[in-house]
Ligand binder design. Sequence first.
Ligand code: GDP
Length: 295
Amino acid sequence: MTIQWFPGHMAKARRQVTEKLKLVDVIFELVDARIPQSSANPMLGEIIHQKKRIIILNKADMADEAVTKKWIEFYRAQGLPAVAVNSWQGKNMHAIERAAQEVMAEKFERLRAKGMKPRAIRAMILGIPNVGKSTLINRLAKKNIAKTGNKPGVTKAQQWIKVGKSLELLDTPGILWPKFEDQSVGYKLALTGAIKDDLLQMEDIAAFGLAFLYQHYPRELATWLGLEQSLDDTTELLRLIAEKRHLMDRYHEPDYGRAAEAVVKEIRQQKMGRISFDIPEEIEEQANDEDHRDD
Ligand code: GDP
């Protein structure tokens, strides 16, 4: 695998997140509902230590609803509150404030018992690029916040956005990096548009996408391509797509490269409907396999 993430950037991002952590009671970990595991940073728990955390599955409008429900159960079973939202259209925004109230209830009750006045819950958003952090912040702020670039010599004070009655949100999110030891994580990030195409071979991304669709969404795959039945032969699928999309080379042979590009583009555009690429059962199976390997 040729992907390289630069340790310097990671260290800087981590430092910035650690600084902001001190200011908040709770972390909103934003992930892509289509790939909750692959769009998460596995080090997040270590970075935020004991800080309370709520998983926000964003872009729920693009994910398979049944799978999203399973993810919410999966997280809740681990004691992690999780909510599914669509920041783009502002769907289920109230669930965020409610979840924050729930995780802070005990602590605030203790403060109240000591005679302290209730104060707003302070939160910040953490997530990898493109997961929808700015969209969510703008949505919660109910207006567009002017983007202030990094002007040299100007230190921008942290600003808090009031959300509902009980919440204050830091106006700048913490950015984490995706991490992939596993190739499939890279492919899933590419298929959902979280990372640039040039990091991976287009044919490999397309082949992964087609194989995944065949395994998990055969009907959607067949309908998308106008087939009677879905196929698991990736080369044959690419050939069919090349024909259907008129992607031929100068010898009138199927242009597999352009067919692969078309596949990735159309998967990103959700031409076959709402698809989730991370499935909780698969993640659990992988974890079990790893446990057995240690035996
Ligand atoms: P950031 O890098 O994490 O701040 O991500 P952005 O807020 O810039 O969002 C990245 C892209 O995802 C933009 O094109 C948004 O319009 C889109 N987006 C964000 N949230 C949602 C959502 O809930 N649903 C859909 N369909 N698109 C979203």
